[in-house]
Design a protein around this ligand. Structure first.
Ligand SMILES: CC(=O)SCCNC(=O)CCNC(=O)[C@H](O)C(C)(C)COP(=O)(O)OP(=O)(O)OC[C@H]1O[C@@H](n2cnc3c(N)ncnc32)[C@H](O)[C@@H]1OP(=O)(O)O
Ligand SMILES: CC(=O)C(=O)O
Length: 538
């Protein structure tokens, strides 16, 4: 996509620290190439600042800045190098880490500074006065070298509680030396919104400095704390994509910018960028090798998924009745979930989503609702098995069973031998296009063998099935207390290379349940391929 150029409006900063604080999350280990990919996504999204890491401290970050300079043509963002104020008792021009910040050639530097007197004493092992000098001198030096400078006041809120005069003095020292923004950090993440609002208001009134907010999510309030700071006058928000960050994470960039754009009616992104948010969130998740969170506000696949029948009945009249915003505005979409909580409206809307016109037929829709509820009582679950539901719906709409093939029998044999070797084999007998097919195949397990035998049996009459692949398989024991007597639910995901679909089977043994799910998976594959069903009574 192409964005229109951003007007040079510096009045509000969206500052992303995924590549620095996000990378501090347990389980994230970014290569330089990963960082470059993420930086491109963030620039495309239109954040104003991308904190790329700590050059001079982390060799990969030093390398990132070297490569980003030439390999990324930033259209929206300015690159930010993160680092600490000079060491106590060292002249700033002799401090190797400060030199590394300059060597990164990033146009912006974000300095972390101590603002809690106890940290000055215990972590820096220096005096409050020397810490103020470290802040002043480092900011002034970097400004004199032509850098824009932001200062992250670490542990600001805890420091302010312990010694408000000293914490405020650090803000004055930073701003007085030329820091453009002084960022109040809730480093331990223990704050709640009302407290953040009160402190930001007080510091703003006392110093007149331009303030920012950096909130960790240890109370689950990082997004709320960030917005509370904005309410109190902060004009710079530090966030990370998908909320990645040290311990439980940071303020999540996506709900923060969505709130600013959609709820505060404040333009903080280039035109059109918000509609790319879901795609960009998922792309970044893939790059950091974490599954995108299904329940993330705005961008999760469940963010606009509706399950309750009463919700669906109101949504049928107007989606706004059960949605706080239009999902299209953030690049997401509404989905109807079908389950035993569905009512007629859920089924009608799901039909619409699947392109099946139920024509307002109350009786037909009522039959589908009943069938779903009864099946779910027996252990089926359609909310994650859209393809099985679509087959059921089309069958009810057609008023007759829709068969693409008819199974005569199947069996799976697992043979274990005393020498530890084993052989697993399945045989399938079925009818398709009037022909009786018998196929036997081996597999790694009984379901794999059945899947292969079913494909072999069908591939002569239905060569379209050759490209089908079973890509996911989940089995869940329902009512586990009954041990081997319990019911098993199986969900199978199948792909034809262009799309994936999920089907469900339930049985008193796992292989029987798997067979049902496979049977639906192949029937749906044929439906997708445009094959006409053979109809009833073959
Ligand atoms: C809240 C945050 O998330 S801030 C970001 C934190 N990120 C990281 O720590 C990741 C990168 N860190 C590193 O690579 C290393 O920790 C380094 C290179 C920064 C420092 O490594 P080392 O010198 O081996 O020391 P160590 O990791 O134990 O850190 C303690 C040193 O940092 C100094 N320090 C801590 N905070 C600050 C600060 N705000 N300003 C200046 N110095 C600081 C301490 O005084 C101590 O110095 P000393 O060893 O001379 O007494
Ligand atoms: C700077 C930072 O990451 C913090 O204080 O949490």
């Amino acid at each position: 996509m192409t964005f229109q150029p951003v007007p040079p409006d510096d009045s509000f900063h969206v500052f992303d620290t995924t590549l620095r604080d996000g990378a501090q999350r347990e389980g994230i280990n970014l290569s330089v190439a990963d960082k470059l990919v993420i930086a491109r996504h963030l620039d495309e999204f239109g954040v104003g600042f991308i904190e790329g890491g700590w050059p001079g401290a982390v060799p990969r970050d030093t390398e990132f800045f070297r490569r980003a300079r030439t390999e990324i043509d930033f259209r929206h963002a300015q690159l930010v190098a993160f680092g600490a104020t000079r060491k106590a008792g060292t002249a700033v021009q002799d401090d190797a880490q400060v030199a590394a910040l300059l060597a990164s050639e990033a146009p912006v530097v974000c300095l972390v500074a101590k603002s809690h007197d106890r940290h000055v004493e215990l972590a820096l092992r220096t005096t409050p006065a020397e810490n103020l000098a470290m802040v002043r001198e480092t900011v002034a030096y970097l400004r004199a070298q032509g850098r824009r400078v932001f200062v992250d006041c670490e542990h600001f809120f805890d420091g302010f509680r312990a010694n408000p005069a000293y914490a405020t003095e650090v803000v004055r020292a930073a701003a007085g030396a030329g820091a453009e923004v002084v960022v109040l950090c809730d480093t331990n993440g223990g704050m709640l919104p009302a407290g953040v609002h009160a402190v930001v208001s007080e510091v703003l009134a006392a110093t007149g400095a331009r303030l920012g907010i950096h909130a960790q999510d240890d109370t689950g309030c990082a997004v709320a704390n960030t917005l509370a700071a904005v309410d109190a006058g902060a004009t710079h928000v530090q966030c990370t994509a998908n909320g990645y960050g040290e311990r439980v994470g940071n303020a999540n960039l996506f709900p923060v910018v969505a709130a600013l754009e959609l709820k505060y009616d404040r333009r903080v992104l280039p035109p059109g960028a918000l509609r790319e948010m879901t795609r960009i969130s998922h792309a970044i998740a893939e790059t950091v090798n974490l599954t995108p969170s299904t329940h993330q506000p705005y961008v999760g696949v469940s963010a606009f998924a509706h399950k309750a029948g009463l919700h669906a009945s109101a949504i049928k009249v107007d989606p706004d009745l059960y949605q706080h915003t239009d999902p299209a505005l953030v690049g997401n979409s509404m989905r109807m979930l079908v389950s035993d909580m569905a009512g007629r409206a859920s089924i009608e809307l799901k039909g619409r989503e699947l392109g099946i016109d139920l024509g307002g037929d109350r009786e037909l829709v009522g039959r589908v609702v009943d069938r779903v509820k009864q099946a779910e009582l027996r252990g089926y679950s359609y909310e994650a098995a859209d393809a099985s539901f679509e087959l059921l719906l089309r069958e009810e709409a057609a008023g007759r069973p829709l068969r693409y093939f008819r199974t005569e029998s199947w069996r799976a044999i697992t043979e274990y031998r005393p020498d530890g070797t084993h052989a697993i084999e399945a045989t399938v007998k079925l009818w398709a296009k009037g022909e009786r097919m018998i196929a036997t195949a081996e597999g790694n397990g009984p379901v794999h063998a059945l899947d292969r035998a079913l494909r072999v049996a069908l591939e002569r009459t239905h060569p379209q099935l050759a490209g089908l692949e079973l890509v996911d398989y989940k089995a869940r024991i329902l009512e586990g207390a009954h041990g081997t007597q319990s019911t098993t639910r199986v969900l199978v995901t199948t792909s034809d290379g262009a799309a994936e679909w999920s089907t469900v089977g339930v049985g008193d043994n796992v292989v029987a349940a798997s067979w049902q799910a496979l049977d639906d998976a192949y029937a749906y594959g044929l439906l997708r391929a445009g094959v006409e069903p053979e109809g009833a009574g073959e």
